[in-house]
Write a protein that binds this ligand. Structure first.
Ligand SMILES: Cc1cc2nc3c(=O)[nH]c(=O)nc-3n(C[C@H](O)[C@H](O)[C@H](O)COP(=O)(O)OP(=O)(O)OC[C@H]3O[C@@H](n4cnc5c(N)ncnc54)[C@H](O)[C@@H]3O)c2cc1C
Length: 364
């Protein structure tokens, strides 16, 4: 039996993959935890736009995961079910300063082997006629796509249950104890082969309480919005200086996101709302035709070096496997993460590139 702690996008993708490979899976999650990251995320699948100069290994990991998403995209029915689109991205400039930044981005993206296209104002408005006339230019980035994380999450839950996996609503797990092949938490005792810790921003607390090991992780709070905009239809994902927008199929725009160091605070603060609405006001015309649908708060699980933690917690046991710290890209990284975790569990060969993400990179 594989025990998975945490049913965010990471725990669910791992459970789904393992069930497909014939393993028995039980997932434990607490519905009382607020600000789960998956629920607030936008679902941009954009390794290039998310790339940073000093994060080469992460860029490779994101690109490998994007390739898996592209294979999945070939199944049209499945893509429709989970809102997986190949709609590409436009990074939009609203003034000279933005334009210069986009030119700099373009040369950086070229060093990564991509060739984004710089578009003039007219070319931009031809692609996106509903953009504000104050746009000055844009950068067209092919294959920087999107999925609807809520539809994907719901798909995974349905499939896991159909394949006879179990998803248990549990009290908050503070601590686990392992004795031989038994795991104990919340007065439960279960036999297990492997246990996977995928509790997002809360993973570290469980590991520290259980084994006294502390990873350099922290929550990074993010607020996102969904808006009802029945009269608007954008053809691409749009990235402005402060916000990004994903057009969903049903007249909804998903807008992300703030990013703040506020510990485990899960409230919506007025300055955060102001930041988003002010950026929207700068970026889009006709805000009077757009109404608020939902405000969401999520705590991104961030690691000090920007990379996720994927691999066995060898200091304690080969059978305890970490899978958290996916920070801003957990939706994008879900397919490659579950592939790597399956390789650990099935004791397959794991490439050096993927071993890098294991807990061993820290001096624990
Ligand atoms: C505003 C915002 C926008 C984002 N946009 C994007 C995007 O466009 N593209 C992208 O790729 N990523 C995006 N992300 C990042 C992405 O959401 C995360 O990287 C990803 O969701 C992490 O998934 P997870 O399963 O590790 O964590 P979570 O989704 O937080 O799930 C953790 C799960 O563990 C459970 N849990 C935690 N502690 C316990 C406990 N003690 N006991 C029991 N259960 C517990 C929780 O209930 C939860 O269900 C965004 C994040 C935010 C906040």
């Amino acid at each position: 039996m594989i025990i998975i702690l945490g049913a965010g996008i990471i725990g669910l993708s791992i459970g789904y993959d393992l069930l497909k490979k014939g393993k028995k899976v039980k997932i434990f999650d607490s519905s009382t935890i607020k600000a789960k990251s998956t629920n607030a995320s936008i679902g941009m699948l954009a390794p290039l736009i998310e790339a940073k100069p000093l994060e080469k290994k992460l860029f490779k990991l994101m690109s490998a995961s994007k390739l898996i998403w592209e294979k999945l995209q070939q199944n049209k029915n499945f893509s429709q079910t989970i809102g997986l689109k190949n709609n590409s991205s436009l990074m939009v400039a609203l003034n000279k300063d933005d334009e210069e930044k986009l030119k700099f981005k373009k040369s950086f993206f070229e060093t990564l082997g991509y060739n984004p296209v710089f578009l003039t104002k007219n070319e931009t408005l031809r692609r996106e006629p509903l953009l504000n006339s104050n746009v000055t230019a844009s950068l067209f980035c092919k294959k920087q796509d999107q999925v609807n994380p809520i539809l994907y999450r719901d798909f995974l839950i349905k499939e896991i249950l159909r394949m006879k996996g179990k998803i248990v609503n549990e009290k908050i797990i503070k601590k686990i104890t392992i004795k031989k092949n038994k795991i104990f938490f919340n007065e439960k005792s279960l036999n297990f082969d492997k246990v996977i810790i995928s509790c997002g921003a809360w993973s570290n607390e469980i590991i520290y309480n259980s084994f006294g090991i502390k990873f350099p992780t922290r929550p990074l709070k993010g607020i996102s919005l969904t808006l009802k905009a029945p009269l608007i239809k954008f053809n691409h994902n749009l990235w402005f200086r402060n916000i990004y927008i994903a057009q969903r199929d049903n007249g909804i725009l998903a807008v992300g996101a703030t990013e703040e160091e506020k510990g485990f605070d899960n409230s919506v603060r007025m300055d955060e709302l102001f930041f988003l609405t002010n950026s929207l006001w700068e970026s889009l015309p006709k805000l009077e035709d757009i109404s608020l649908n939902e405000i969401k708060v999520g705590l991104r699980p961030a690691v000090f070096d920007g990379n996720p933690i994927i691999g066995p917690l060898q200091e304690v046991s080969q059978d305890i496997i970490c899978s958290f710290g996916h920070y801003r890209n957990g939706i994008l990284l879900a397919p490659i993460t579950s592939q790597i975790i399956s390789q650990y569990i099935l004791e397959e060969n794991i490439t050096k590139e993927y071993k890098f993400f294991s807990p061993n990179r820290f001096n624990l």
